[in-house]
Write a protein that binds this ligand. Structure first.
Ligand code: MG
Length: 260
């Protein structure tokens, strides 16, 4: 079933599968974030994720997606998203965004979290908290009767109230049988505008929060997005279903379930 352009609504059976994909993604993310310590390479984190996902019958959604060579994205410090795991060794005081997708039984789930490596300074901790808070507030708006702009505005408001910038050049997205489906879910917007949110929509909501300006550039590897001013950036993401009772986080760590 489609709505308007190409927004694919999910059936109850689809959502059951997405819940299972989401739970596997959440557990894989937990395994990777636990391993993200000083002295560990980003390539090692990638291996942990890929092995975990495949051991549980999943396929890493990102591997070979439009030529992306690895199973997860690891974006360190001023890198925003789409960093490619490799020989880089994490150092205490850095922050690393881990972003991963799982394909299970025909459906994708997408989740990300930015974690500190060892101790980080209070302003950096604040950046990580604001990314999570922006995600939570965006998710809280994802209910029937609201509009996409309500989600975007909720994210932008939290980010800007903290004195940070929301990235405009990259956005969240619909998700389901395809990793990226309509609609786009921008991290800035105006309340009361955009597509109406209806039961059966599934969205990957993913604020990207820069400590400095909003502008980003793509590195020469063709993938890694970093802040133009080289300020730090944090990223957080959940796959969310819009249910009659409100938003359900499919990639929640304590099991899928309705929140708010
Ligand atoms: Mg995503």
């Amino acid at each position: 079933m489609t709505l308007g352009e190409m927004i694919v609504l999910k059936t109850a059976e689809d959502l059951d599968r997405m819940r299972r994909a989401g739970q596997l993604a959440a557990r894989a993310l937990e395994a990777v974030t636990r391993a993200a310590r000083s002295g560990v390479s980003t390539a090692a984190l990638d291996r942990i994720a890929e092995e975990f996902i495949r051991r549980h019958r999943g396929i890493p959604s990102f591997k070979n997606y439009r030529g992306f060579p690895k199973s997860i994205c690891t974006s360190v410090d001023e890198e925003v998203v789409h960093g490619i795991p490799g020989p880089r060794v994490l150092q205490a005081g850095e922050i690393v965004s881990i972003d991963l997708g799982v394909l299970l039984d025909g459906f994708h789930a997408d989740v990300a979290k930015t974690v500190p490596v060892g101790d980080v300074s209070p302003p950096v901790r604040r950046l990580l908290e604001v990314a999570e808070e922006a995600l939570a507030r965006g998710i809280a708006e994802a209910r029937p009767g609201a509009r996409l702009g309500d989600v975007s505005w909720a994210i932008q408001a939290v980010v800007e109230a903290a004195g940070f910038s929301a990235v405009r050049d990259f956005a969240g997205h619909g998700i389901g049988r395809q990793l990226h489906e309509d609609p786009q879910v921008p991290n800035v917007g105006r309340p009361g505008t955009g597509s109406p949110l209806v039961v059966g929509m599934t969205l990957a909501i993913e604020p990207m929060v820069n400590m400095g300006g909003a502008d980003v550039v793509i590195e020469e590897d063709g993938w890694t997005v970093r802040t133009r001013d080289r300020s730090l950036s944090a990223h957080a993401e959940h796959t969310v279903a819009i249910t009659p009772d409100g938003p359900e986080i499919l990639t929640g760590r304590n099991g899928a379930g309705t929140i708010y």
